[in-house]
Design a protein around this ligand. Structure first.
Ligand code: ZN
Length: 302
């Protein structure tokens, strides 16, 4: 647990992007300690590297997008969620188009293939962000809050005015089996939104193969749901993907109510902006060390 990790072997995926509908190849390769998760666009020659960090988030409309000023990658959250949950700190993600493959709309295939390839430890201590003071973002009745705690927990509640969803809550702790309980939950959307989203150039690759679609009162997918409360489980999945953009795993209690990519990434930015709200330390030695790179990131946020 005390050492950074990467993947043991190359892992490959191919498919279409949920929003662009474009075909894409994605190849994950092992990376050295302290390099983090990086996306490398293979269809672009210059300025094609984008670090998976919250300071590179360029959009949170329906998906989380990252950019470096000239180049972007989008819908990163399902892969980031699997990497975060499996404890993979460093990996280079070579991608042939701007949007990651949606696969089955969940993180299951990402997690399965990464586990098959195997995860290996690197000879460098893993660093964690320890939350020291509560930070909170409110937007109407939506809430995102993080507060000090001995370990990472995530409490999610949703309340949709739809008979197939309604109120749902889920508590993610270290004893939650990500693979069994979270990774298979799929992205979801309302049929009534589809036309509007497609007019915005979104959801062009969406289908019943990769999205749970709700009409007026029910789930349209012929096989129904994978979990009775699949909706809140997918919100947890997405949130883990956003919290992976902190740069290091978090130690703290996260509470999210009717949140989403926007509130989640705003919460992380706010936390990292406040020097006294967190500290970075390595777990195995419990030697506190301030990370000069993170200090630079803060000035980039200001
Ligand atoms: Zn999602």
């Amino acid at each position: 647990m005390g050492l950074q990790k990467t993947i043991r072997k190359v892992v490959r995926f191919k498919g279409i992007g949920l929003h662009t509908g474009k075909r894409v190849h994605l190849e994950l390769r092992s990376a050295k300690a302290n390099s983090g998760v990086r996306f490398i666009r293979t269809d672009i020659d210059e300025q094609n590297i984008i670090e998976a960090h919250v300071y590179n988030v360029t959009s949170t409309t329906r998906a989380t997008s990252l950019g470096n000023g000239t180049t972007r990658v989008t819908t990163v959250e399902h892969l980031m969620s699997a990497l975060y949950a499996l404890g993979v700190d460093n990996v280079d993600c070579y991608i042939s188009a701007e949007e990651l493959p949606v696969l089955d709309g969940s993180s299951a295939i990402f997690a399965e293939e990464i586990l098959k390839a195997g995860v290996k430890e690197l000879n460098s201590p893993k660093r964690f962000i320890i939350v020291e003071k509560p930070v909170e973002i409110r937007d109407g009745d939506k809430l995102a809050r993080i507060s000090p705690a001995k370990e990472f927990t995530l409490h999610y509640t949703i309340n949709f005015d739809h008979p197939a969803i309604g109120k749902q809550k889920f508590k993610f702790t270290k004893s939650t089996d990500f693979f069994e309980e979270i990774s298979r939950s799929r992205t979801f959307g309302f049929l009534s939104d589809v036309e509007r989203m497609q007019a915005m150039g979104l959801a062009l690759g969406g289908s019943l193969e990769n999205t749970v679609v709700l009409d007026g009162d029910s789930v349209m997918n012929p096989d129904g749901l994978r979990y009775e409360d699949e909706f809140v489980r997918h919100k947890v999945l997405d949130a883990l993907g956003d919290f992976a953009l902190c740069g290091h795993p978090l130690v703290g209690r996260v509470e999210l109510h009717k949140a989403g990519h926007d509130l989640q990434t705003r919460l992380i930015r706010e936390l990292l902006k406040r020097n006294n709200a967190y500290r970075v330390c390595s777990w195995d030695t419990s030697t506190e060390e301030l990370d000069p790179e993170l200090a630079l990131d803060e000035s980039a946020l200001a």
